[in-house]
Design a protein around this ligand. Sequence first.
Ligand SMILES: Cc1cc2nc3c(=O)[nH]c(=O)nc-3n(C[C@H](O)[C@H](O)[C@H](O)COP(=O)(O)O)c2cc1C
Ligand code: SF4
Length: 518
Amino acid sequence: MSVTVYVPCDASALSLGAEAVAETIAAEAARRGLDVTIVRNGSRGMFWLEPLVEVATPEGRIAYGPVQPDEVAALFDADFLHGGAHALALGPTESIAYLKSQQRLTFARVGIIDPRSLDDYLAHGGYRGLEAALRMSGADIVQTVTDSGLRGRGGAAFPTGVKWKTCLDAKAVQKYVACNADEGDSGTYADRMVMEGDPFVLIEGMTIAGIAAGATRGYIYLRVEYPHAHRALKAAIAIAEANGYLGDDVRGSGKAFHLEVRLGGGAYICGEETSMLESLEGKRGQVRVKPPLPAIHGLFGKPTVINNVVTFASVPIILDKGAAFYRDYGSGRSRGTLPIQLAGNLKRPGLVERAFGLTLRELIEGYGGGTASGRPVRAVQVGGPLGAYIPASQLDAPIDYEGFAAIGGMLGHGGVVVFDDTVNMAAQARYAMEFCAIESCGKCTPCRIGSTRGVEVIDRMLASDNAGRQRDEVLLRDLCQTMVAGSLCALGGMAPFPVLSALDHFHEDFAGTAEPVQ
Ligand SMILES: Cc1cc2nc3c(=O)[nH]c(=O)nc-3n(C[C@H](O)[C@H](O)[C@H](O)COP(=O)(O)O)c2cc1C
Ligand code: SF4
């Protein structure tokens, strides 16, 4: 009987040699005359263990990792095909502490199924949400999403059901669904993992959105730097079309939904939803003034539901298991789970999906295992390049939207980037301003000019004497306030937050003075 061996085809595993590992396992099995079926699954999200090889045994899947090609022969010698003992053996995959304590709802299948197999998707609960949605009215689907408490996972945390209702209520012959898969935030990869490891869940979520809002056409705006996700999505869309899950008559319902992937323009601002619409229309990615809201006047001027990959991917389980099931997870007004992406200076970087409410400390010290360098944590940036730098003294902050706002932070897309005590926070502040200057779309003055002036002022602060530094700090804070208050979108409006947090919490890095100028 053939033994199934799983070797991830996720970009993180491939970058660590998974392709060569899969080839070596196939060659070694052939050489030994053993019948092995290799399945290319997504990643389980434990990157320090990649390439993570799993073997299907009667007792469940047994993990080995990180595996390199030159260790494959020894694994065969140790009879890993039957879960044999070896230095790289990690035991049953589901029992690895990092995974066992997670609450994977959106990521329920990622790393488990073959992303190119519809049968595998169906066998693991796939398309049950759509089947339920097809029995409901658009208004009832929207109500279910509203009741679940789901908020956008792309950054702004806007209630998803409210957005869908606005689009549903808009009168138009043509409406669209657009998925924001630009994933530009530093340290984030949840969208990529979903698209590479479980692309059907995104397709299902978008189809449900289309059926709910009355939109017959959808686009996935995919970051151009994600070639593996592109291939996975194209393959899954073709399979969904061939099996009646997409097309003019979705599952015989008489309702149409068509889906296409469009590659992004390669700029951070193209992830801002109105810039994304411009780019989708074939124009330069530049921010549109709101209102009108995209849900009313979006792609090609038509009502458009725009959501992030993780938001759409969270919808099928809500429709399948009900709003209350999802809502039961979480804390306060942050309902459900958040796929948190641990990155930066950590021993165990990876994907952790948990209900809202755990603390940064649990994430960094518990899951992450502390810094890779072994040095103390000094700062954490949560929510991408526009997120404030959080000092180690605030690691007990709870991960939920309101709790984070209370300490001047934002969860954004759930990226957590950790720095140890060797980081120079003045350099980080300068980088934040420089990033804004490089990525500004140029439409409004506070951001376009302000960010460039901001870099100059920080440079001058770092080069001048005490009196000059204090004068420039006043100027820098004033400039930051102007950007926050006067920018058209959140790039210019939030880029000051990392700068101000660095000044407030790590003032000593800007000069000898320990006291921030107020
Ligand atoms: C500068 C900037 C970059 C953004 N980049 C992304 C992105 O890469 N992916 C994303 O989903 N949302 C991004 N957003 C947020 C989107 O504008 C929008 O809020 C989101 O796509 C809506 O989906 P959601 O409600 O599911 O979160 C960005 C916003 C700004 C201001
Ligand atoms: S804040 Fe910056 S990115 Fe946003 S519209 Fe203004 S210039 Fe463009």
